[in-house]
Design a protein around this ligand. Structure first.
Ligand code: HEM
Length: 371
């Protein structure tokens, strides 16, 4: 008997036999697939595998952020998981080029047998959206269609569809990344003040009003420069634009768009975003700024994914209705419009150059020991 222990092998570890036996489509047999159908199935399965990993990475990022206190050294881990998702998404966007090698005629050869199967039923995509923080009300308002309808209708006949719905329900019961991010942002020290400090509300108010004054001064100076170099500048409309920009910033920073009860909290979160972006060079704020950047990139990648999917669909099936019953490309383009992390995008419109931001107070609180 040999004393050499038989170690694990590649095919057992990866369950390769089972994995490679899963591409037989409705017929359950690779040999009976239409000529381009293996390509269609493999590309979809690969996407779903990436979705599985994305869900796991997003949950890890969310769990780090959801702690009641997030130690500074934990932030790089959050960024690490988000960056991995961003790379996967970048790769997924590129993968549509492989899908596009399916010509319209090739697809028509087997498309009919798929009805009513559709990406609508990708419960993993729904879980990702919910985990990010997309709300149903937002969907319905912007898309005019119930994307859960396909799963709900089929759940009556198919236990498999019910499993998908159960996963979606479980995702709804968990804390979304958006909420974890906001809870964490809420605790950001602003000009050295934290929510536990007795005069924190006043400190945040002072910061917000100094920021708005700095904005006014910066834009007025820019306005005067433009006036000097553009002789036929329409002064009246330029002035109106300027006051519009300041009014929008005021509304945003005072959370005028939310109900009175949530206003103080939302106001602090938005002030924190402006603060982190404005003083990003401070040691204590450098990683938080990178985290915010990773979230913005994450949403950017999702929008690109949706846009790229829609263009690929337009190329393969034109303006036909989808197998899931939506209007097709028009519906898909509508899905590229919503934003989960709206505040992170809005803040970009009101940022100021470093030289124009209000002076920093309590610098020692942010890691400048000698300041
Ligand atoms: C020839 C290839 C493809 C075509 C023609 C196509 C077409 C469509 C259409 C028309 C819809 C809208 C729903 C409907 O009415 O059916 C849809 C939704 C969707 N598709 Fe595709 N698709 C293709 C490939 C893919 C691939 C490779 C993926 C990757 C997983 C994918 C994922 C999705 C998802 C997640 C949705 C739901 C979008 C939402 O409701 O937000 N599709 N697809």
């Amino acid at each position: 008997m040999s004393d050499v222990r038989e170690g694990p092998n590649y095919w057992d570890y990866l369950k390769l036999d089972r994995l490679l036996d899963l591409q037989g489509g409705l017929e359950g047999d690779d040999a009976r697939l239409a000529p381009d159908e293996l390509h269609f199935i493999v590309v979809h399965q690969v996407f779903e595998l990436w979705f599985k990993l994305i869900l796991s990475e997003l949950r890890l990022a969310r769990d780090h952020l959801a702690a009641p206190r997030v130690p500074e050294e934990r932030i790089p881990y959050v960024v690490h998981h988000l960056r991995r998702v961003n790379e996967i998404m970048r790769h997924c966007v590129g993968q549509f080029a492989i899908m596009e090698t399916l010509t319209p005629q090739d697809f028509l050869a087997f498309r009919d047998k798929l009805t009513p199967a559709s990406g609508f039923q990708s419960y993993q995509m729904r879980e990702i959206e919910i985990l990010l923080g997309l709300q149903d009300a937002q969907r319905a308002a912007e898309m005019g269609i119930n994307p859960f309808g396909a799963l709900q209708r089929q759940a009556k006949q198919s236990p498999r569809a019910q499993l998908g719905l159960d996963r979606i329900e479980a995702a709804r019961a968990a804390l979304p990344l958006r909420s974890a991010l906001h809870n964490w942002l809420y605790r950001t020290p602003i000009q050295g003040s934290t929510p536990e400090d007795p005069d924190d509300v006043e400190a945040v108010d002072r910061f917000v009003s100094s920021y708005l004054k700095a904005m006014q001064a910066h834009h007025t100076a820019g306005h005067e420069t433009r006036q000097a170099v553009i002789p036929d500048l329409d002064l009246e409309s330029a002035k109106q634009r300027l006051s519009g920009v300041i009014a929008q910033a005021w509304d945003f920073l005072h959370a005028a768009d939310v109900d009175a009860e949530s206003r103080p909290r939302v106001k602090r979160i938005r002030a924190a975003l402006v603060f982190i972006e404005s003083y990003r060079a401070l040691p204590l704020l450098a990683w938080p700024r990178l985290l915010i950047d990773a979230v913005v990139e994450l949403e950017e990648q999702f929008v690109l994914w949706r846009t790229r999917h829609a263009r690929m669909v337009e190329r393969v099936i034109g303006r036909r209705i989808g197998t899931g019953g939506s209007s097709g490309v028009d519906y898909l383009d509508a899905t590229a419009k919503y934003r989960v992390f709206r505040e992170l995008w809005t803040v970009r419109t009101i940022l100021l150059p470093k030289r124009a931001v209000p002076p920093l107070e309590n610098a020692q609180r942010y890691g400048f020991a000698g300041a």
